[in-house]
Every structure is written in structure tokens, then in C-alpha cells.
Design a protein around this ligand. Structure first.
Ligand code: 4AD
Ligand code: MG
Length: 445
């Protein structure tokens, strides 16, 4: 008997096949049992008729519990009423294991209960669909990069220095060499790669010791960072636009079933076509002031609301939401006050208080998904910034070297994969965007 997967079942109508999977659900009515099977690629309903199977098969079905592993043989038929739906008329059943009472049932469970059982929660249809969408996004990102001449350039996770500021570093002992830090970003290494290879990208896990319990932060996340020699900030924004359009349009095409199954309204994603609005930080602040959105500062006895929104401050979730509200596409906010951004960003030649950075804010209130910039390419200015930011200059000597030997204008950006997945899937919380999320209060399972 041919072993088939549920997602290809339509090609086997009228044939007898074997499915290898698990029991998802089961109900019976008199002389019929309706077991639902999953095999990792989808769900299918079986029909077991008492008159048509051996007594042993009938009795075995009565012993089956949720998530028992089974191999089923039967005839593939079209569902009598539902379109594009198939059933399997079961002939035979082989039990691999009878599962113990399964803790996750179709009833509602609290999120802590589910998070403690993430290793099992992943089997639910919604979680599996999200992870398939994540897979498609990763594949399309890699394909875009490959097709556009970017070279994959893997950067180290153990690093001797900070990239995004020292406050969010995880440290670990490293033999006789003192401390190593888990990478916050592969960017500095990618810059070496861009000078060596022209256009590169790094795509790997990154770590931030931010004690942020928000819906958008995890301590370990995957970041994709392209870096390009001879690209200025405008070239960088052109690339971001072209890249995001490609990725979103492709996931719409290739994951329509999964997006539908998780209830995503895709009309908003269909809009993600070039060009995207480009506004300066100053214009974004204007929007906040018009909408009277204050800066909220935590103080000893609560919160202070500062109006009008002060120039120079970074945006939080309410600000990002207010800025994108008027647009139905990702918004690129560029030219930021230097004090709000990292040491490596190049100053705007027209205004030394401004850096050539860009943040991409996703629509529908999902906030920042991309941060990027043109890099400081002047040796003396870069050294000065490292000192101003109180960073250990010796640890950066190799990075500074890049400005000594063939320095050129160059740019790049970083895309947070789980932020992208959260937006595409319209998730309430980033914890569903990665198989095993790491947060300040969770390192298990
Ligand atoms: O804006 P960030 O900090 O930029 C960088 O790391 C640059 N070195 C990137 C570059 O230019 N090569 O982070 C980039 C993106 C953010 O826009 C966000 O999508 C994601 O990484 N990100 C996080 N995602 C989940 N949890 C966190 N704690 C995140 N911090 C950043
Ligand atoms: Mg950022």
C-alpha cells in the first residue's frame, strides 16, 4: 500500500492508501466511528463502519486515545458535502502507541498551561499552521537574497563586544579569555563580509538581555541582516521595499490555506506593494503631536505623561501604532536623532544631530519589524562615536580596521523574524511565532 501524506490526499481519490500519524479527535455514532487523523501535514476525517472492518479493528478504535500514534489504511473518497475535502474509509488500523490521557483537549486552556506544555501545544492545528508560515517566510527570505546576488555570511554567536549597546548583553565565561557575549546582532561582522563579498546577509539567532515582558520581545530571536557595500540610505530603503513586497506577496500565494486556517484577514497584506511611505523622524513626531500622544516616562510614584512628544525620544508601542494608523502599508521612518540610535550609524551630512537610520513600522499596530542604517565610514568619526558611547575601543579594533583599508559608504538592516511572523499571522503575542520562546521568566520547555 502506498504511504501518502494528508496534504497530497486529493491526488489519491479512489485509491487505497496508508497514512502514518496520530489520532487528533474521535467521535462515534452507533455503527460508525469518525476518527480524525493528523500526520503533520494536515487533518483528515476517517470513517470506520462496524460492518466493513474486522472486529479487532473496531475494538481497537474504541481503545484509541487522543494523540495515540497509528498507521491507517483505507480508501480515499470525496467528502459527500464539503468541497475540496477528502475522507478515508478505514479498512485497517495498526496501533504504534496508545497515548496516556492527553493534557491538551479541544477545550480552552490558559496560556501558562499551554506554555508549560509547549512541546505538546505545537501539535495543535493553529500552532502548526503558524510554524508552516514561518518556514515559508524563511524560505522566501533566503530565496530573495540568493536571487539578488547576496552571499550567505554566517556570523559568530560568541562575541567579544556589543553591537547594540552594552545594556542588553548576555555574558558567559570563555576559557582563559574572560567573558564572551552572546551576539545581539551579526551586523559588525556582516560589514566585514560586505567589503569582502559586496552584498552579504547573515541569518541566525540573536540575544538580548532585555527584561521586557511585552508582546513583542523575546530574549532569543532570529534576525536576518543584509549588508551592502556602496549602498547609501536611499538604496537601503529601496531594497527594504522590494524585499518586503516579495516576501509578503509570496507567503500570500504559498500559504493561503494556512493563513485562512488561522483566521488571518489577508486583504491588509495584499496591500503590501511598493512604494511604501517614507517619513522622517521629525514628521513622525509631528503626527504624534497632532494626535496628542504623550511620551510616558516611569517615575518613582507612577508615570509621567510628557506633552508635546519631545524631539529626540525613541518611540514605544503606542507611538508606533499612532504613526502607522494613517497608512495601510509598512511605514519607513528615517533620519533619527543620534541620541536615540546606535554608535555605528552615519550622521546626516545636512545635520550632525541626525543619523541616517531607518525603522520600518508594520501596519496594523505591529510596530518595528526592521531597523537599519547607513554606517559611519569615516575612521576618526567612528572612533569618536565608540568613545562617546562608552564602548571598549580595544574590542572594536578589528571593526575600526574596516575604515582603514578601503572604507566605502555602506548600509544594511536587520529584520526580526518573529516580528514578521507575528504581523503576517496577526498574533496577539510573539510567543507563538517561534517553536520554543525564551522570555525573561521562561526558559522551559
Ligand atoms: O533595531 P535593532 O536593534 O537593529 C539591529 O540589531 C541592527 N544591528 C540591524 C542591522 O542594521 N543590521 O534590531 C533589528 C530588529 C528589530 O527591528 C526587531 O524586528 C528585531 O530585530 N528585534 C527583536 N525581536 C524580538 N524580540 C526582541 N527583543 C527584539 N529586539 C529586536
Ligand atoms: Mg531598532
Amino acid at each position: 500500500m502506498e504511504r501518502v501524506y494528508i496534504n497530497t490526499i486529493s491526488g489519491h481519490e479512489g485509491k487505497e492508501v496508508t497514512l502514518k500519524g496520530w489520532l487528533y479527535n474521535i467521535r462515534s455514532s452507533g455503527k460508525l466511528i469518525f476518527p480524525e487523523f493528523r500526520d503533520g501535514t494536515g487533518l483528515i476525517q476517517g470513517v470506520v463502519s462496524k460492518n466493513e472492518v474486522d472486529e479487532k479493528v473496531w475494538n481497537d478504535f474504541n481503545d484509541l486515545t487522543q494523540e495515540s500514534s497509528v498507521i491507517v489504511t483505507g480508501l480515499v473518497t470525496k467528502h459527500p458535502k464539503k468541497e475540496d475535502t477528502y475522507e478515508i474509509q478505514v479498512k485497517n488500523l495498526e496501533i504504534i502507541q496508545i497515548a496516556e490521557p492527553y493534557p491538551i483537549t479541544p477545550k480552552e486552556h490558559g496560556v501558562d498551561f499551554l506554555s508549560d506544555r509547549r512541546h505538546l501545544w505545537l501539535r495543535s492545528q493553529r500552532q502548526a499552521a503558524i510554524l508552516r508560515i514561518r518556514n515559508e517566510l524563511v524560505q522566501s527570505i533566503r530565496e530573495y537574497m540568493y536571487n539578488n546576488g547576496f552571499i550567505l555570511f554566517d556570523t559568530p554567536i560568541f562575541t567579544p563586544n556589543a553591537c547594540e549597546g552594552t545594556s542588553t548583553l548576555f555574558a558567559t565565561d570563555y576559557f582563559d579569555l574572560g567573558k564572551a557575549y552572546l551576539s545581539q546582532s551579526g551586523q559588525l561582522y556582516a560589514e566585514a563580509g560586505a567589503i569582502a563579498l559586496g552584498k552579504v546577509y547573515t541569518f541566525g539567532p540573536t540575544f538580548r538581555a532585555e527584561n521586557s515582558m511585552t508582546r513583542r520581545h523575546i530574549t532569543e530571536f532570529w534576525m536576518m541582516e543584509p549588508e551592502m557595500a556602496y549602498y547609501d540610505i536611499d538604496d537601503n530603503m529601496d531594497l527594504i521595499e522590494d524585499f518586503l513586497e516579495y516576501v509578503i506577496q509570496r507567503v500570500l500565494k504559498n500559504c493561503s490555506k494556512e493563513l485562512k486556517s488561522i483566521g488571518r484577514d489577508t486583504s491588509k497584506l495584499e496591500n503590501v506593494l511598493k512604494p511604501f511611505p517614507r517619513i522622517t523622524y521629525e514628521e513622525a513626531v509631528e503626527i504624534l503631536r497632532e494626535k496628542d500622544i504623550p511620551l510616558i516616562k516611569k517615575t518613582e510614584n507612577g508615570e509621567e505623561h510628557i506633552r508635546p512628544f519631545p524631539f529626540g525620544e525613541d518611540f514605544g508601542a503606542p507611538h508606533e501604532e499612532a504613526i502607522v494608523e494613517n497608512f495601510n502599508k509598512p511605514v519607513m521612518v528615517h533620519r533619527w536623532p543620534a541620541e536615540a540610535k546606535a554608535f555605528y550609524m552615519k550622521r546626516d551630512p545636512k545635520d550632525p544631530k541626525i543619523v541616517l537610520g531607518v525603522d520600518v513600522l508594520a501596519p496594523e499596530g505591529f510596530g518595528e519589524i526592521i531597523g537599519g542604517s547607513q554606517r559611519e565610514d569615516n575612521l576618526e568619526l567612528l572612533k569618536q562615536r565608540i568613545i562617546e558611547h562608552d564602548l571598549p575601543i580595544e574590542a572594536f579594533s578589528w571593526y575600526i580596521d574596516l575604515r582603514r583599508f578601503g572604507s566605502v559608504p555602506h548600509s544594511g538592516f536587520g529584520l526580526g523574524l518573529e516580528r514578521l511572523v507575528s504581523w503576517v499571522c496577526n498574533l496577539d503575542h510573539i510567543r507563538e511565532a517561534i517553536p520554543f520562546p525564551r522570555r525573561p521568566n521562561r526558559i522551559t520547555p
